[in-house]
Design a binder for this molecule. Structure first.
Ligand code: DON
Length: 331
């Protein structure tokens, strides 16, 4: 049985929190059996489906980590949050939102249905593949490396080091991604792209192949949880309006056709990736005084066993439990 929430009459020490999170990761690890690792990008099949890890970093810097915390993974669709942020910083929010909407689709992340069924004026949101490839086409630059340089600089500013691009994952997707090329041709036909299709796709495959550690992903979450500001320095890394817009999209669209359930049962902005990563952000909140991370935290989960929506099965269950125990919900 999972231990209940900490005895709220007891001051929550780091040791207490670590013991609870260790227990919860052990307990929810069993749910990895209910998912499968991604296979449509061949190299992603090499992941270990039994892995589950979590990293939680508070705005004051306290870090709790447990499980498989040393397994690097590619951020995949988590990258869409940050290319959207970079596009807004480069081209302005109004312009970007004139090219992509902010509405959930209720469909799979790689659905083309809305592109064909409804002659919509722009993709529904920047997190479905159609919207993400459109946003990537808006990034400044004549090559994929030029387009992604500001993204890598943003990561380096937050993390203190430049994450690497996993070339094998990039090549594996570039060589096999028929669905994204189909989506791309629809986008060309509808006039949504501002770059040549192959340039937009090459950039998109590279952003999805950026490799990260759990603790670094949690650090990215801390900046978003803090409305774009580094809580350590008070320096604004991402404009507040852009950070808040990104979080609203994470809440409504970040888990695709499971976004509604995630908002209802977990209640914090999150974005999943098909490698099994989830970034979740808990903004500062006013709650019972001895609950942990009251000033906000970034949470990163890694669990490559995915459900039908392409989200980490055990990761979602673990996040749901922690959100309940620590009253993280923004509602
Ligand atoms: O475009 C794709 O299919 C992948 N590079 C990313 C999809 C993804 O991460 C969906 N999220 N769960």
């Amino acid at each position: 049985m999972v231990q209940g929430s900490a005895n709220l009459n007891t001051k929550l020490t780091e040791e207490w929190l670590q013991n609870y999170v260790d227990d919860w990761v052990k307990f929810f690890g069993r749910y990895t059996n209910e998912g499968e690792v991604a296979s449509y990008i061949p190299i992603l099949q090499e992941a270990n489906k039994s892995h589950l890890g979590i990293s939680i970093i508070g705005n004051e810097g306290m870090m709790i980590q447990s499980g498989n915390i040393d397994v690097p993974f590619t951020i995949q669709s988590i990258s869409k949050v940050f290319t959207f942020i970079v596009a807004c910083m480069e081209r302005g929010v109004s312009y970007v939102l004139s090219r992509v909407d902010v509405e959930p689709t209720g469909e799979a992340f790689n659905s083309i249905m809305h592109l064909e069924m409804k002659k919509i004026k722009k993709p529904f949101n920047p997190f479905v593949n159609a919207g993400a490839i459109t946003v990537t086409s808006l990034l400044n630059g004549k090559t994929s490396d030029e387009k992604l340089e500001p993204l890598f600089r943003l990561f380096e500013k937050i993390l203190g080091a430049r994450p690497r691009l996993n070339k094998k994952v990039y090549e594996s997707e570039n060589e096999t991604s028929v669905r994204n090329r189909a989506i791309g041709y629809y986008l060309v036909e509808l006039g949504y792209l501002e770059s040549e299709l192959e340039l937009a796709l090459d950039t998109y495959f590279k952003q999805c192949s950026i490799e990260i550690s759990l603790s670094d992903l949690a650090r990215l979450g801390v900046i978003l949880a803090n409305d774009g500001e580094d809580p350590k320095t008070g320096i604004e890394i991402i404009p507040k309006q852009v950070a808040r817009l990104a979080k609203s999209l994470m809440l409504t669209c970040g888990m695709y056709d499971a976004s509604g359930k995630f908002a209802a049962y977990v209640g914090i902005p999150a974005k999943s990736g098909v490698s099994g990563g989830i970034i979740a952000v808990a903004p500062p909140r006013i709650r019972q005084e001895n609950l942990p991370f009251l000033n906000g935290c970034g949470i990163a989960v890694y669990g490559p066993a995915l459900d039908e929506q392409g989200n980490s099965v055990a990761g979602i269950r673990l996040l749901r439990h922690i959100a309940k125990q620590w009253d993280l919900s923004i509602f």
